[in-house]
Structure formats: structure tokens, C-alpha cells
Design a protein around this ligand. Structure first.
Ligand SMILES: [Zn+2]
Length: 227
């Protein structure tokens, strides 16, 4: 059974609010931009941010709570605030459904927007220590744990073109799932970044690491330092 109010700071509704506040202060989610969803393993419900709410002021009662419906790709709201659901919700649900994501973070980070003006179809980076925080897509057969990239490995983030409405990006996102099965993120040109992970903490770590690497790449470009 879902709940919207909890004293547990790790409750999905509280996590979305505290992370949204953090991301606002990092200037990743200004002016109501950005969005987030978290799948709660206990209730199997997905918590999704509403549209048009200032991220630093968001409250648990503002969030939508969805549960899986009978049909494939169908999700029914079990808690509906008097607000519109994020236009990103079809993209979030696709990440939960097809990538087994437990959390999806969408920001309008300036680093993410700028990098899509420097690169065309993909952003690639290697030989950077922070890459080691990113997943390779491979899993250790004995421990079952995911293997991260090594220093010399290449991190590839696909870039898709923006559309007038965020939900229109679904087709391009599904294409990314097929063409880049190991990707845990996608950049949207002149728009921002979507990152998904197998836990909320992992999604947060990936999001921070990617933004850091994008920032480095932009500065290297400004200083004419080759990648
Ligand atoms: Zn957006």
C-alpha cells in the first residue's frame, strides 16, 4: 500500500522532495524545470513529480503516485494531486519498464544543454577518474553486482533532438534503448539530461558524475585541450 506522508527521509516522496531541492540549488532545475520519478519496491508504486511546481518548494502531497495497470505499459494513478503530472512521465515509465530503473532524474543542467551544441549524435569521454562511478552495463557473474567502467574505458551518452513536447521524445528514447543497451542516460539537444539507475542513490551518483564530466569536457573545449 502506498503512502504520501512519512517521517522516513528515505521514503520515495521525501527523497523526491529533498533531491529536487538539492538539484534546484545546483541550478539543474530552475524555474520549475526538470522532473523525477522513483519506484518504491515495497508498494510497487511509482512516485512522479508534477508539472509547474518550483522544485525547492515541492511537498510530498504534490507528487503523483502510479501503480502498474493490467495492460502492458499501463499505469494507473492511485494518488492525484490537484496539479498536472510531469510531461516527462511517459519517458520515466519507459525507463522503469524497459531498463528496470528504480529512479529517473531529468535536469535542465547548463552543462547538458551546452554539450549538445558541441556534439552531434553522441558524447564520448575516457581517461577521466570520475568515469569509474559509471556503470559498464556488464554484471559480475559470481557476485551479480554491476561492473563499473575503468579509467581507460569509454563513456558514451547518446544525444537526441528535442521536440515541442517532452512526451514526444518517447520514440527517440526507445530507439536509444535499442541502439545503446548499456546507456544509463540520454542527452536532449538544447534541453537537458535524463539519467536512470537501479537505485535512487545510483541514479543520483550517475547524474552528478555525468554533469561533472560534461562540465570538464566543455572547459577542455574552451581551453582547446583535446579529449
Ligand atoms: Zn525538461
Amino acid at each position: 500500500m502506498y503512502s504520501i506522508q512519512s517521517h522516513d527521509p528515505r521514503h520515495p516522496a521525501n527523497l523526491i522532495c529533498s533531491l529536487s531541492n538539492q538539484f534546484f540549488h545546483k541550478e539543474w532545475c530552475l524555474g520549475t524545470g526538470g522532473a523525477m520519478s522513483i519506484e518504491d519496491e515495497t508498494s510497487n508504486c511509482i512516485y512522479v513529480t508534477p508539472s509547474g511546481v518550483q522544485k525547492e518548494l515541492m511537498k510530498p502531497k504534490d507528487l503523483y503516485v502510479l501503480t502498474k495497470g493490467k495492460e502492458k505499459n499501463q499505469y494507473d494513478p492511485v494518488y492525484t494531486p490537484p496539479l498536472k503530472i510531469s510531461d516527462c512521465s511517459p519517458l520515466f515509465l519507459a525507463c522503469h519498464e524497459h531498463k528496470q530503473a528504480k529512479a529517473v532524474i531529468h535536469t535542465h543542467s547548463q552543462n547538458a544543454v551546452l554539450i549538445t551544441l558541441l556534439y552531434d549524435k553522441e558524447f564520448n569521454i575516457s581517461n577521466m577518474e570520475q568515469i569509474k562511478a559509471m556503470p559498464s552495463g556488464a554484471v559480475d557473474s559470481t557476485t551479480g553486482k554491476q561492473i563499473n567502467l575503468s579509467f581507460h574505458d569509454n563513456l558514451c551518452i547518446p544525444i537526441i533532438d528535442n521536440k515541442p513536447h517532452e512526451h514526444d521524445l518517447l520514440e527517440s528514447l526507445e530507439k536509444v534503448f535499442n541502439e545503446y543497451p548499456n546507456a544509463c542516460a540520454v542527452l536532449v539537444r538544447r534541453h537537458g539530461l535524463f539519467v536512470w539507475g537501479p537505485t535512487v542513490d545510483k541514479a543520483k551518483i550517475y547524474n552528478e558524475s555525468i554533469d561533472y564530466l560534461l562540465g570538464l569536457a566543455i572547459k577542455m573545449d574552451q581551453l582547446n585541450i583535446p579529449m
